[in-house]
Design a protein around this ligand. Structure first.
Ligand code: APR
Length: 173
């Protein structure tokens, strides 16, 4: 299959997705928050934050892995995207790094399926179309160089995000 054929764009709630791993759009403390971070911690239960406490945080653009506990997903890959400022503070590179680090960790752990939310496009205010382009380009590059994960799903929480990620896949080289 081509790299593009291994990418799926769906709508819905990532906490319901039965993948080997779901990706959490966390903050550097890894101790929970609002948005998708809050939803994942609520669904996983208190053991998730207890394990996160042992990880000593996570730097922006990096990724760490925990078990999924009460989630249908076996693992949670926590990554921290950049806060959008004005595009001239390395935001694009840091967002690409968050996607790349998460994919690399999934491959390293032999995971076949992984689901991402639209990292940084909520509280962190990263422009949606720009984030989708960066996310899909980074994912395609990883998939062209790696057998794993076999399939990447982007779970969009709303029609606007869904359309931007579909467009980004269609427009990607
Ligand atoms: N499933 C899938 N996507 C979701 C869900 C969900 N249940 N809930 C929210 N989202 C979407 C949002 O609509 C947005 O498109 O996840 C995307 C990321 O938004 P945020 O969760 O706000 O994450 P981000 O912009 O990366 O900001 C991270 O917010 O929650 C805090 O602790 C987190 O400080 C960190 C910051």
């Amino acid at each position: 299959m081509t790299a593009k054929e291994r990418i799926r764009i769906t709508g819905g709630d990532i906490t319901k997705v039965d993948a080997d791993a779901i990706v959490n759009a966390a903050n550097t403390s890894l101790l929970g928050g609002g948005g998708v971070d809050g939803a994942i911690h609520r669904a996983a239960g208190p053991e998730l934050v207890a394990e996160c406490r042992t990880l000593d945080g996570c730097r922006t653009g990096e990724a760490k892995i925990t078990r999924g506990y009460r989630l249908p997903a076996r693992w949670v890959i926590h990554t921290v995207g950049p806060v959008w400022r004005d595009g001239s503070h390395g935001e694009d590179a840091l967002l690409a790094s968050a996607w790349r680090s998460s994919l690399a960790l999934a491959a390293e752990r032999g995971l076949r399926t992984i689901a991402f939310p639209s990292i940084s496009t909520g509280a962190y205010r990263f422009p949606l179309a720009r984030a989708a382009r960066i996310a899909i380009a980074t994912t395609i590059t990883h998939l062209r160089e790696n057998e794993l994960p076999e399939e990447v799903t982007v779970v969009c929480f709303g029609e606007e995000a869904y359309q931007h990620y579909l467009t980004a896949v269609a427009a990607a080289d």
